[in-house]
Design a protein. Structure first.
Length: 366
């Protein structure tokens, strides 16, 4: 029934297939930035934490009977560390973006979204009236300002950006936060790739720019990346959290987030925070190694290497697999131009990173 469509995908070199890779490959492809995914001691701690309760499954929506003390404990910890007034655990980052954009942008409001915002936000924006959605150039405060001047709503204006962009690894400029404040706009920041990776306390972009938290700021974070688990959270003013509880369909009509995954993120967050200096030093060492070998300055733990075609991206990925290293080959339509997406994650030894970067350098030079 879909032969023609599949054929077209294949011809364009855009064929995707889920695969189980050999476990002995050195993993520079995953978003598990800090290496928690293989930390058996943390898994044990989460298991012990769960054993202190007598219910192990979320059972229902959080608005029925699925809200569990472990969710509450996790939300309180997030509020305390990030200095936001309110928090809510959400099933995944994808659902969190759908929740925020679909629920917060009401009929007379306008959404100003960075053109490279995550696919989940773009999908959610299609649920709105097309005239409500204004896309601005990637990380371009001037374009945002021009568009706000031209299209701002007398009702609410909502800006959506990422802290660290998932494909380029670049950081949103501080000027965007200033513009949001100047226009009294709500600012949604997707911190999927910045929480746990940037800032003096590894809390993400608000921490990185040392920003005092204001009622117009909304932070979304995922648990499937630096926090080494699965799920997501939203931090905002208590009023916005209440509104989401009352209006966001993925929160109201979906089973509450997994309890074990929340417990695992909680124990990982505690370790990350109490050992932040050690983690920061390790992140910086990896960034320095990339600078030394490839001459590229990294501000996050995402290293994109431009490729001339989808085929070249796949061939280079395959070549690196043969040498024992797994990296991501990201092609259109996920990105405009294909890249190798390399994550110099803490879960792999620096000696492996050095060897892989040297190999990469030799590919790039030929
Ligand atoms: C920037 C960004 N936002 C949201 C998501 C979705 O998060 P989740 O995987 O928890 O659904 C991702 C990727 O997974 C992402 O890269």
């Amino acid at each position: 029934m879909y032969e023609k469509e599949l054929e077209a995908i294949q011809k364009a070199g855009r064929w995707r297939k889920r695969e189980i890779y050999p476990s002995d490959l050195v993993d520079f492809a995953s978003n598990d930035y800090l290496g928690f995914a293989n930390d058996a001691k943390q898994m044990q701690k989460a298991y012990e934490l769960m054993q202190s309760y007598n219910c192990y499954a979320p059972k229902a929506s959080m608005l029925v009977n699925g809200y569990h003390p472990i969710h509450q404990y996790f939300e309180e910890k997030l509020c305390e560390l990030n200095r936001f007034e309110g928090a809510i655990a959400v099933g995944s980052g994808f659902l969190a973006n759908i929740s925020l954009i679909e629920a917060l942008v009401r009929k007379k409001d306008r959404l100003f979204m960075d053109e490279e915002y995550h696919a989940s936000g773009i999908l959610a924006s299609r649920l709105l009236d097309a005239s409500q959605v204004i896309v601005f150039k990637h990380n371009d405060p001037d374009d945002l300002q021009t568009k706000l001047k031209q299209y701002q709503s007398p009702s609410r204006n909502i800006i959506a950006i990422e802290g660290v962009y998932s494909m380029r690894g670049d950081i949103a400029p501080k000027a965007i936060f200033d513009i949001a404040n100047q226009y009294e706009a709500l600012l949604i920041v997707d911190e999927a790739h910045s929480s746990g990776v940037i800032g003096d306390n590894l809390l993400g972009i608000f921490d990185y720019y040392k920003l005092p938290i204001r009622p117009n700021y909304i932070k979304m974070g995922t648990l499937g990346k630096a926090y080494g688990s699965y799920g997501a959270y939203i931090l905002a003013s208590s009023e916005i959290i209440s509104f989401l509880e009352n209006r966001a369909k993925p929160i109201i009509y979906s089973t509450a987030p997994s309890l074990f995954d929340t417990a695992l993120a909680l124990v990982n967050l505690k370790k990350l925070y109490t050992q932040k200096e050690r983690f920061i030093a390790k992140i910086q060492k990896r960034q320095k190694l990339v600078q030394k070998i490839l001459g590229l300055e990294l501000h996050s733990l995402i290293l994109p290497i431009a490729q001339s075609s989808n085929q070249q991206a796949l061939q280079n990925k395959q070549y690196l697999i043969q040498k024992g290293y797994l990296v991501g080959a990201i092609r259109q339509p996920t990105v405009e131009k294909p890249i190798l997406r390399i994550i110099p994650r803490l879960g792999e030894a620096k000696t492996h990173l050095k060897a892989m970067l040297e190999l990469l350098n030799s590919i790039l030079l030929t």
